[in-house]
Design a protein around this ligand. Structure first.
Ligand code: NDP
Ligand code: KPL
Length: 375
């Protein structure tokens, strides 16, 4: 089996670097449980860079059927289009004998899917790159000494059945879900994922890194309420930044501190500690307009298409309960208020239920959130 390509710009496809060299540990087979946007892109790129590894994609519906009919997944990005040859299935037996399993279903599907596949996972190392904090669910069915969790700041979408598009190549970080995992298991998994060509780091403090990313998303998912482009339309807009993003983020800081959860710094542009400083610096008079002008020019950052927006547009349930809802849950456990995050949860659920997705304007959302602060 070899990965094939249809693009003329192959040189810019993420390629494995010397540090990755996935196959010096003789990996023969990997599987992706939940081979949608994130999972199929990582699995497909690993296949491209390690043609000798068999890659099994566990999916369902027309996305599964298309991958089965074609025998490949199409990967689109700033490199053009490439195809990676994969085996696609919905059956647990298809993943038997895997060295590593990438676990990338939506958080609400975690428990049922982990139970269904647990036996076939066997001794494989399992890496979850999901949003939300799922280790307590996964560890009920998966060997504790093989369970790794993490976060990815990449941005992908299924743009058609069997076709995944990469909008942003950001950093991913993985780490042991418990002390039972040895550093060697972590490093082997990191190297294998890094051989996708998308940078993957390891952290001993993975829970703090996951919460860092979760806080980033609490602001991002609020930008979905008005279909606002998070950076150029949101963060670089003084009104939205100060009425929506900062109150949500600062509420998250207060809640995590009350819950005794330490935040860990993260690499890349979505580190919330760096982000918080940036938002305050942008309040220097005139600076945000200047930055917005630059951001609208040729150097403009790619638009983040948040997974909550993708889910709403596909009429799917979102993961809002596990992101802004996680902050609201921790707040209620710790006896502190979280009106901003709770309101994002309420509003997203309302949108999930309505057939016609009605996005309020950015100014209406900013005014609404200011009124919450005044209560
Ligand atoms: N997309 C992104 O840019 C990012 C996503 N994430 C996180 O990564 C995780 C995955 O997200 P994403 O890739 O976007 O999600 P997708 O919905 O694109 O992919 C998940 C896939 O798993 C399939 N699936 C779920 N349960 C099963 C099952 N039991 N058997 C077979 N297939 C199954 C789903 O099918 P179906 O569609 O039928 O449900 C879907 O195709 C989420 O936690 C998300 O928050 C993190 C960072 C960025
Ligand atoms: C922030 C982002 C897009 C990852 O980069 C994400 O996690 C999401 O859309 O849920």
């Amino acid at each position: 089996m070899t990965a094939t390509s249809t693009a003329s710009t192959l040189s810019t496809v993420p390629s494995a670097n010397a540090k990755s060299a996935a196959n010096d540990t003789a990996v023969k087979k990997i599987s992706v449980i939940g081979a949608g946007a994130i999972g199929a892109m990582f699995g497909g790129l690993i296949k491209r860079n390690n043609p000798d590894i068999d890659v099994v994609m566990i999916a369902r519906g027309d996305h599964l059927e298309t991958m089965q009919e074609r025998g490949y997944v199409e990967l689109r990005g700033d490199w053009g289009n490439v195809n990676a040859q994969v085996t696609a299935s919905s059956e647990p037996s298809a993943i038997e004998g895997s060295d590593l399993v990438l676990f990338t279903v939506k958080t609400q599907d975690t428990a049922t899917t982990a139970q269904r596949f647990a036996e076939s996972i066997g001794d494989a190392t399992v890496v979850s790159l999901q949003n939300g904090i799922n280790q307590h669910i996964l560890s009920q069915t998966i060997r504790k000494d093989r369970l790794l969790v993490g976060m990815t700041a990449t941005n992908m979408a299924i743009v058609a059945p069997g076709v995944i598009e990469c909008a942003r190549r950001g950093v991913s970080v993985i780490g042991p879900a418990s002390k039972d995992v040895t550093p060697e298991v972590v490093e082997n998994a990191r190297r294998l994922l890094d051989s996708s060509g998308l940078p993957v780091e390891a952290s001993e403090q993975i829970l703090g890194v996951q919460y860092n990313k979760l806080l980033f998303n609490t602001m991002g998912y609020a930008s979905v309420l008005s279909a606002t482009d998070f950076l150029s339309g949101g963060i670089f807009n003084r009104n939205w930044r100060n009425s929506v993003a900062l109150p949500i983020l600062q509420e998250g800081f207060r809640v995590l501190s009350a819950a005794g959860i330490p935040l860990q710094k993260a690499s890349g542009g979505s580190d919330v500690l760096r982000f918080h400083r940036l938002m305050r610096i942008l309040n220097v008079p005139g600076l945000d307009s200047l930055v917005r002008l630059v951001a609208q020019g040729p150097l403009h950052p790619p638009r983040l298409v948040f997974s909550v927006y993708q889910d709403l547009m596909r009429d799917r349930p979102t993961e809002i309960d596990y992101v802004n809802g996680e902050i609201a849950r921790l707040a209620s456990e710790s006896g502190v208020p979280a009106p901003y995050n709770s309101e994002v949860v309420r509003m997203v659920h309302k949108m999930e239920k309505s057939k016609e997705k009605h996005f309020m304007s950015r100014e209406e959302i900013a005014q609404h959130f200011r009124s919450l602060g005044a209560k």
